[in-house]
Ligand binder design. Sequence first.
Ligand code: FES
Length: 378
Amino acid sequence: MTPNAPELTQRWPAPRKIPVDLRRGKRRDSILRILDVLVSTQVKVAVLIHRDEPPENRIDEYKTTLTVSERTTVATDNDVVSLELRAPGGSDLERWYPGAHLDLYLPSGRIRQYSLCGDPADRRCYRIAVRRIPDGGGGSNEVHDELPVGTVVGVRGPRNAFGFVEPGRIERAKRVHFVAGGIGITPILPMVREAERMGLDWSLMYVGRERRTLPFLEELSSFGDRVTIRTDDEYGLPAANDLLPPNVRSGDAIYCCGPVPMMDLITACVRNEPGVEVHAERFSAAPVVDGRPFRIQLARTGQVIDVAADQTALDAVLRVNPKAPYSCRQGFCGTCMVHVSDGDVDHRDNSLSPAERAAGKMLLCVSRSNSPCLTVTT
Ligand code: FES
C-alpha cells in the first residue's frame, strides 16, 4: 500500500454492487475458443480503432451532450491533453467503471472512442485524454485544436469492453499486473486506482519512447515502487520479459493496453504459463478467427457481396460501399448494425441483446454467417 492509500479510499469508493453488465452475454467469442486450443492462457482482446469517416455517414443519435469544462496538458511533450466533460446543468452523469470508454461525437462529425481516465466516483465529470497524432485521421488534431473550454460535444456511453471489476474475474486473481504503452495508460489508470483501493497485490509497467511522452506521470508517482517506468531512449525497445515481473504465475491477471506488438510480446511471454489471464485493449482491429466464406445480398439493390474467410463482413461491404457506417470495429458501438431478413447469423459480438438478435439485428464488423448467404438491409 502506498502512503496515499487512505485518501484514495475516500476518493475512489468501490461500487456498492459489483456491476453485472460490464460484459453483456456469457458466450465466449471464437477468438477465445481458438486461443484456448492454442495456449493454456486466457486472452481477451478489445479493440479501439481511430479512423476518419465522412460526416454524412455517421449515426447522428447520441445519448447526451456535454460541455468541455477543463483542458489540461498531461505530458511534458505537450502532445497529450486531458478534457473534463460535464453536463450543461451540472447534473449527475451516468455511472461508469474502470475500463469504460465514451463515443465522442466531434463537431466535424467524426466519432472517436476514448477511454475514461478520471474518477468513477465523480458523477459530475468524465475525463478523457488524447494524444495528438499529427498524421492520423484528424480526430486527435480536432480535440487538441478545436475543442476549447465551453465546446458542446455529443457523447454516447459510457460502455465497457475492457472490464476490470467483474464477478469471477478479479476476485480470483491473486495478483494483478498492468502494462500500459503510452496513451494506453488511460483505461489502466482507473484500474490501478481500483486495485489499490481493493488492497490487491498489483504492479504497473508503463512503457514509451521517452518520459516526456508519457501522460499522468505525476498522478502515478503517488503509487511509489508499484509503478515502473521504462522508456526506449533509456533501455532500448523492450523484450517480452521486460514487460512483466519475472515471477508471473498461475492465478495472476494481466491487464494491458497499448500497441499490437506490445500485446503480442506479453502474450508470447505467458504462453506457457497455465492459469494466467491476459486482458488486452489494443488500437487496431482483431483478425478474423475461424472464418468461413459467405455472401451478403443487399435487400434494397439485390447486389451480392462475397465475404472471404479472413475478411470481416464490414470490410466486404465497405469495398462496394465506402460510405457504409462504422466506428469501433469491435462490436460494441452499434454503428455498423444491419437488419438480416434471411439467413443464419453467427453472432460474435457481446453487445446485442437476445431480443435484438431475434429481431434480425447483426453487427457487420464482427459477426458472420452460418448459412451460405445473408440478406441484409443496411
Ligand atoms: S463498428 Fe462498432 S459495432 Fe461495428
